[in-house]
Design a binder for this molecule. Sequence first.
Ligand code: FAD
Length: 334
Amino acid sequence: MDFQDYKGVWVFIEQKDGAVASVSLELLGAGRKLADKRGVELAGILIGENVKHLTNTVFEYGADTVYVYDQPIFKHYRTESYMKALLECSDKHKPEIILFGATSTGKDLASAVATDLPTGLTADTTELDVEEETGLLLASRPAFGGNIMATILCKKYRPQMATVRSKVMKALPPQLGRTGKIVEETIALKEEDIRTKVLEIVKATVKKVRIDEADIIVAGGKGLGSYEGFQLIHQLAETLGGAVGASRDVVEAGWIDHAHQVGQTGVTVTPKIYFAIGISGAIQHIVGMKNSGLIIAINKDKEAPIFQNCHYGIVGDAFEIVPILIEQFKQALS
Ligand code: FAD
């Protein structure tokens, strides 16, 4: 593999319902800095059906070139079809770096592409830079429970790949009317080549929750053990007339919707009372709730960092303590 053949920084442009995902715009901002430092082009790779008009947005947010696959087969995201397009395009144009949003689509696609190429992939990167002498991508992310920052390099393979969560990087202010080069690509891919069929898309009906406006928030973490265990949080919130909050790990486990996530990549809240139950107290959670009026933590580990960030701490099992609290509050409020 001759590294000299690989040039340029690419961003996978995620799109849905006729709009570019905000994480892709943020990555164009990050990618622009990397491309300028390397003295190379920044390109977007846009895959979908009826998406060509989105190239305008991609240029306005910093790209020089957009590779576009606009075909009916790409109407819905499917790992196989999108992966094939990306692999083909990467093989043809040889970028040195490809960035993806760490969304469910981005994570799925990036890992499939990295496996097939094969190359390395750094997930959930929080800082991106390039080493001047070597041009290597420096992809940094918290490791060991956030206690250290690890900088991960991909020395032996190209392209170098990373996923980045939304709201970690900053989009550049759009330059309205800015344009660039559109490279239209097509792939000879038939519907029968793809094993997955999208039969129907059912949109989740999520109740709009405004936890940033609630006076009382009962937030639960991974310590609740399961979706069923997490229902205890709903019961306590209901008893107190409060809103339900959650740590990111709970949202990622699918126990509750992202609208309930408190923290760096969720909502910042300042209720009068904040219960943190079965939440360890990672810094990314603390930044989102530390200004609450009264913080009450329940955790079975007396060393949990949450106890450094609360007014009252109860060391014990949530499944023993919370039912007692519900009972007592019900009586007091009746
Ligand atoms: P864990 O860390 O697994 O903690 C579970 C806790 O429950 C433990 O302390 C355990 O002692 C306790 N426990 C277990 N069983 C019981 C029981 N029966 N009773 C009582 N206690 C029990 N996190 C966020 O919350 N919000 C964010 O916005 C956020 N953004 C992030 C952004 C980035 C870039 C990164 C890298 C991370 C982010 N995180 C965020 C993740 C964060 O680092 C932690 O991984 C996460 O907060 C941990 O969630 P948790 O406390 O629920 O789970």
